[in-house]
Design a protein around this ligand. Structure first.
Ligand code: PLP
Length: 284
């Protein structure tokens, strides 16, 4: 696999980042995951806009232009022969040459890394037909979840807790209300209304969330942006999650309680179809 590191395209074995890199020693960096379908990038503009917001929030200089990122992503897709898959992009505060809590000087070059992950047929994943089973667990992340930082240890622990319990993923819960999934936004459907937590620093502002809510409203579906409890979710007609890599993924059980009839719901199925159709059309 050819990967990108600081303007170089290298075989993955040859790519190097310093041991002092702030991303490595302090999780001082941000990332994006962009899906590729039919060799084209999905929601590129949305991911670029959020990358810039994350960098600004952490006062990390953005070393590249939108055009540079686009050109690099397209080159990686081509060099690695990616039809369907994802592109991972990470920008860290760079290498100060030593370890120090204070930020390095302004002119320190941020580190940019990009790599592809090939996932042939990812839009037809069998899981989308049977749905995921999830557990819930207390949300113990920091309070700025609107910044897409590389500090993913808590979501990783929650994912392992889900796996240990035979589930596919975990929803995180704070003050009795669901915030989001480990790496996705969370939704329920009750009497035809789609309910998902409102935007704030409590959750990541999902690019897929924004697109799916827009398509839902355009299709005259009712949308309510508000938080909900685990009990309300277990009593809902449907549940699902959204993310750049899972698209719209139905949820069929929460903490062992079946949702609706335990099968993939019609709203989730329809939103997945609309999202995939529309984003393929708009892909660049
Ligand atoms: N919430 C969290 C915590 C995430 O990590 C992600 C994606 O990685 C999402 C939501 C979904 O965001 P997007 O739709 O932009 O992929």
């Amino acid at each position: 696999r050819i990967v990108y590191v600081n303007e170089d395209y290298l075989p993955e074995e040859e790519a190097r980042v310093s041991v002092f890199d702030r991303g490595f020693v302090m999780a001082d960096g941000v990332y994006e995951v962009v899906s590729v379908l039919d060799g084209k990038l999905i929601d590129f503009d949305g991911h670029q806009a959020r990358l810039k917001r994350s960098l600004e929030a952490l006062q990390i200089r953005n070393p590249l232009s939108d055009e540079d990122y686009l050109a690099a992503m397209r080159k990686l897709v081509e060099d690695n022969d990616i039809t369907d898959g994802t592109i991972y992009l990470q920008v860290t505060r760079g290498n100060p040459g030593d370890r120090d809590f204070a930020f390095p000087p302004e002119d320190t070059q941020p580190t940019v890394v990009m790599f592809t992950q090939s996932k042939p047929g990812m839009a037809d994943s069998p899981a989308a037909k049977t749905g995921w089973k999830i557990i819930t667990t207390e949300d113990q992340r920091w309070a700025r979840r609107d910044i897409k930082t590389v500090q993913l240890l808590f979501p990783s622990l929650a994912k392992m807790e889900a796996k240990a319990k035979g589930a596919d993923d975990a929803w995180l819960v704070e003050d009795g209300k669901v915030t989001e999934g480990t790496s996705n936004n969370a939704y329920i459907v009750k009497n035809g209304t789609i309910i998902t937590r409102e935007l704030s620093s409590d959750i990541l502002h999902g690019i897929t969330r924004a697109a799916v809510l827009r398509f839902a409203r355009e299709a005259q579906m009712k949308v309510e942006e508000r938080s909900f409890t685990v009990a309300e979710a277990q009593d809902a007609d449907e549940a699902f999650v959204t993310s750049a890599s899972a698209f719209v993924m139905p949820i069929v059980a929460i903490d062992g309680a079946q949702i609706g009839d335990g099968k993939v719901g019609s709203v989730a199925r329809r939103l997945r179809e609309i999202y995939l159709d529309e984003s393929r059309k708009a892909a660049i």
